[in-house]
Design a protein around this ligand. Structure first.
Ligand code: ZN
Length: 346
């Protein structure tokens, strides 16, 4: 058989049950294979989103995550296993490896990085859709600014406790995140750390968002939901608020003021679900071998090709090759910064 490189390959047997679903069909499947999506954050929600899209045959998936796998992730982060946790494998890498085991026909591009105003253009460029697997509003507002400015659809998804919430953002058509939440609802919302999280709430929200993604990518835009949908899987309470039109006066989609892209007042970030602080003040390449030698007399140190871990009671520092660090054992940014300066250097 002759291969025509201009046409995406269609693996009819693999996708046969999905092609039978007439709203997708062979043409929809061809479109999925030719589509490019980005999943920002590959924790619980990001794992399910990436897995569903990869199995459905979305041809190119860029997975961004700043974190590494830990034992406490395994209850809900379905792309990871115990070995990933033992080795502290960055989530983006572990996700790409796992996906390659069940769909080697698609391209997965792992990016071990924190999405910031400085790198958002290069990390999100060239995709047809952005999916939210993050755990914080700061990054969501950054995605929202980027998406509205560049007219890229994105899907907001969040889960905490037994509660799940999701909304499609179609720039120029529907409300954006800032239309619905002009200010971060941080004070009012609980986090995974205070309220815990049910894996079923995660699966629910990711399933809904992944289905909306399929509609968009196969070109069935009119069937996409135009509401902010919330669902509590424990109390069975459900609510929908219309998001069918942008809000007049919205800072982002009406006034086109992209303050999050401009990076105003971006602080160190305390991660969800852990007693830890991320430090990323300046980009610099770290030589793990050299750093290990330097740290060995000062505490326990271990590294692989992705991360270097250094234990100095009661703190644990995880260092990435670009100089970024996650410091566990404190939520005090001043302590974290001084530990970084003392052990990693400035
Ligand atoms: Zn808006």
């Amino acid at each position: 058989m002759e291969l025509r490189p201009s046409e995406p390959l269609l693996d009819e047997e693999r996708y046969s049950r999905q092609i039978l679903f007439k709203q997708i069909g062979p043409e929809g499947q061809r479109r999925l294979v030719g589509s490019r999506a980005a999943v920002v954050g590959c924790g619980a929600t990001g794992s399910v989103l990436s897995s569903l899209l990869a199995r459905a045959g979305v041809g190119s998936i860029r997975i961004l995550d700043r974190d590494y796998v830990e034992a406490s992730n395994l209850q809900r982060q379905s792309l990871f296993d115990e070995n990933d946790a033992r080795e502290s494998v960055p989530k983006a890498i572990a996700a790409a490896r796992q996906i390659a085991r069940f769909n080697s026909a698609i391209v997965v591009e792992p990016q071990v990085a924190d999405l910031t105003p400085q790198n958002v253009d290069s990390l999100l460029t060239g995709v047809d859709l952005i999916l939210d697997g993050t755990d914080n509003f700061e990054t969501r507002y950054l995605i929202n600014d980027y998406a509205i400015k560049n007219s890229v659809p994105w899907i907001y998804s969040a889960a905490v406790g037994s509660y799940a919430v999701t909304m499609n953002v179609l720039p120029g058509e529907t409300a954006c995140l800032a239309c619905v939440f002009p200010e971060s609802p941080r004070g009012a919302l609980e986090t995974c750390e205070t309220a815990g999280i049910l894996n079923s709430a995660v699966s629910l929200v990711a399933s809904i968002a992944a289905t909306e993604a399929l509609k968009l990518l196969v070109g069935d835009r009119s069937k996409m939901r135009r509401t902010l949908l919330s669902w509590d899987v424990w109390s069975n309470e459900q609510a929908e608020v219309s998001s069918a039109a942008p809000r007049a006066g919205c800072r982002v989609c009406d006034e086109r003021e992209f303050v999050h892209l401009a990076g105003e007042g971006r602080p160190h970030i305390t991660l969800c679900g852990r007693n830890s602080v991320q430090i990323h003040e300046r980009q610099r390449q770290v030589d793990f071998l050299e750093m290990s030698t330097r740290l060995e007399p000062l505490g326990k140190v271990h590294h692989n090709s992705f991360v270097l871990k250094f234990w100095r009671d009661p703190y644990e520092i995880t260092l990435f090759p670009d100089g970024r660090a996650i410091i566990k054992g404190t939520t005090d940014t001043a302590i974290a910064r001084s530990l970084y300066a003392r052990f990693i250097g400035t």
